[in-house]
Design a protein around this ligand. Structure first.
Ligand code: GLA
Length: 382
């Protein structure tokens, strides 16, 4: 955990100025995977891993960004047009580029410290984007509309970083609430905050297999969903996204599309149903049902969407065998990273020890296991 005093001290030493300090959380998604860019439903939670940004304004048209994690400073002039270069600085620079037209950003010194594990599917990218965006707006005394900030950060990632992500990660980093899961309609951006029962814990198991989402497989999956919509539109002109398609309709037109496109679409259509059922289950305190839906979600991601991997499947299998586990599934974009588990409070310590042991025995990898509360979204730290 970061010491705010030391962080402030480092900023003063480096930039000889007094900073504002902001932190934005990472997230874990309970259910609703790859549905966000299909206008569908998701249910993420903000977690107590943060990206911290200390900021002071400058008035000379220069932006200096120092990353403590990479021990590296990137500087640029606002008159220039910085280009993405597959580097950590693409995320904050992409956000500053998005802010530039509407806000008279005249320069800033920014110090960044990231606690969200990178490449673990816990949205370290969204956390650095949202922390940077909030910091720049806040330091400029501009109003922060959290939904607009989330959209702006998503655009930065789509346009500057080149990863065609949906809105989920940035939205939860902006709108997270203590002890609540957030059920989001990614088409309308309407959301509900759902209380999590007191007697369960969210446990995140990191397989320690790093994923690489920028471009590649993620964008391919997105393209397959779009191909499915284009085919289905010929039969169902009213549809705009897979969100508008039922399982029956998809089955009816199955022979219109390549088998792999059909399976990608089936994951999205069934996953949207599962998120809505999961929200009902949570409202009724029916954790057994919630867990069953998590298991179905994992299987669908593994078999139909094909974004799991051996280590994620293994971690889920081990978790499922432990007493007190309601549900386990991969979380985030996939191809490595973490699983999310809903575990009864009484069993959580035994779960941690046993899962870590069994996973290491099978893979030779030492997993990290985090027990996390649901946290508030981005904000200033006093
Ligand atoms: C990544 C993206 C999100 C979402 C998930 C999969 O985290 O950034 O927008 O698509 O993958 O659910």
């Amino acid at each position: 955990m970061l010491s705010v005093g030391e962080f402030r001290g480092e900023f003063r030493r480096r930039f000889s100025n007094e900073p504002l300090i902001i932190r934005a959380p990472g997230r874990v998604n309970l259910i609703g995977e790859h549905t966000d860019y299909n206008d569908g439903f998701v249910m993420p939670v903000a977690i107590d891993f943060y990206t911290w940004a200390a900021i002071a304004l400058r008035h000379d048209g220069t932006v200096n960004i120092h990353s403590q994690n990479f021990d590296e400073t990137v500087s640029f002039r606002l008159q220039s047009a910085p280009r993405p270069r597959h580097h950590w600085s693409d995320y904050p620079i992409g956000v500053i580029e998005q802010l530039r037209p509407a806000n008279s950003v005249r320069g800033a010194d920014i110090l960044i410290h990231g606690e969200v594990p990178i490449g673990a599917g816990l949205s370290s990218s969204a956390a650095i984007e949202v922390a940077t965006g909030f910091a720049v707006l806040y330091a400029n005394k501009a109003d922060v509309d959290r939904t607009q900030l989330a959209l702006l950060c998503q655009r930065a990632e789509n346009e500057f970083v080149g990863m065609r992500c949906g809105i989920m990660d940035q939205f939860i980093s902006c709108h997270g609430k203590l002890d609540r899961a957030l059920m989001l309609d990614c088409r309308t951006l309407a959301y509900k905050l759902l209380p999590l029962p007191d007697d369960v814990r969210l446990v995140i198991c990191n397989t320690m297999v790093k994923h690489q989402l920028a471009g590649g497989e993620y964008n391919d999956r997105r393209a397959a969903s779009e191909a499915g919509v284009a085919i289905l539109k010929k039969r169902l002109p009213r549809i705009r996204a897979l969100r508008d398609v039922s399982v029956n309709e998809l089955d009816r037109y199955c022979s219109d599309m390549p088998e792999v496109v059909f399976r990608r679409c089936r994951h999205i259509v069934t996953e949207n149903d599962r998120v809505q059922c999961a929200a009902d289950a949570l409202k009724q305190d029916n954790l057994a049902e919630f867990g069953r839906l998590m298991a179905q979600s994992h299987n669908s991601l593994r078999d139909d969407y094909e974004v799991s991997c051996r280590e994620l499947d293994l971690m889920v299998g081990i978790a499922d065998r432990q007493p007190g586990t309601y549900g386990a599934r991969m979380t985030g974009g996939g191809f490595g990273g973490c699983t999310v588990n809903l575990v009864s409070l009484a069993h959580v310590e035994a779960f941690r020890t046993k899962v870590a042991h069994a996973y290491e025995q099978e893979t030779g990898l030492k997993p990290e296991i985090y027990i996390t509360p649901a946290c508030d979204g981005v904000g200033q730290v006093a």
